[in-house]
Ligand binder design. Sequence first.
Ligand code: HEC
Length: 257
Amino acid sequence: MIQAMFRIAQRNARPGARIVLTLVAVASLFGCHQDMWNQPRVAALQRAEFYPDTMGSRGPVPGTVRYEGIRRRWTAPVFDGLTGERNVPLLTDTTFWTGKTPEGFLPDNYFTLTRALLERGRDRFEVSCMPCHGLVGDGRGVVAQRGFPNPASYHTDRLREVEDGYIFDVVTNGFGRMYSYASRVAPEDRWAIAAYIRALQTSQNLDVTDRNSTLAQLVVGGLKEQEQAKAQAAPATHGEAAHEETAHGEAEVNHAQ
Ligand code: HEC
């Protein structure tokens, strides 16, 4: 509208006045911003006379709770039982949060190994890791079978010897082509998964006579229970057992394809 008016004025003006009008028209396109750009404000750490102590950067409001003070609940009740605590540890417990001690990765698990911890680990493993690493951790999960780079099998001497803290760290920060699962797997669940991976490794390389190994005994206990359950179920469900065999046969055919 203003520009249209200028155009009419330009047509009727003398050449000298035309140049002036053109300049005014061009200038009118700019410069509406100034008062928004030049607001009174304080840069970080700048002096500010507004406050009695003249410090531009203000401290936290009285009563502010430190972030470390807010502790969420564990992701599962099993951790209450293991620690006698309702909430996750403080951020100052760096071993829990990073898997590391000043000497390096924590060699064993952060938690005491129990059946309940392994159950939790299996549950989380089957949700977050199994698609790539496979049911027994041999690296042949469905995602890998569909073309994702093959994850290493857990059943190698090198991975049998790494610390639990190292496994925790792989989940936290990723490793090579495996990306971080920190946003998807809570730290306590990373520890539970690390325990379960140890159990998988033990189960694939089991020394049943090793009475000193909690893991070996937990795995042996679990296998015995499964056998008992099968033995109890067998006589009553004869027909079903036959059915199971067929299903098993089919599964094998599928696998071979
Ligand atoms: C999307 C697929 C994928 C998922 C899901 C996945 N991984 Fe991996 N993982 C890989 C691949 C691929 C490698 C090998 C990376 C490489 O060598 O570059 C690997 C390697 C590893 C290694 C071996 C590291 C080493 O030192 O060789 C561990 C341990 C591991 N993963 C644990 C886990 C755990 C625990 C989870 C679940 C929380 C998980 N991964 C989920 C793909 C995956």
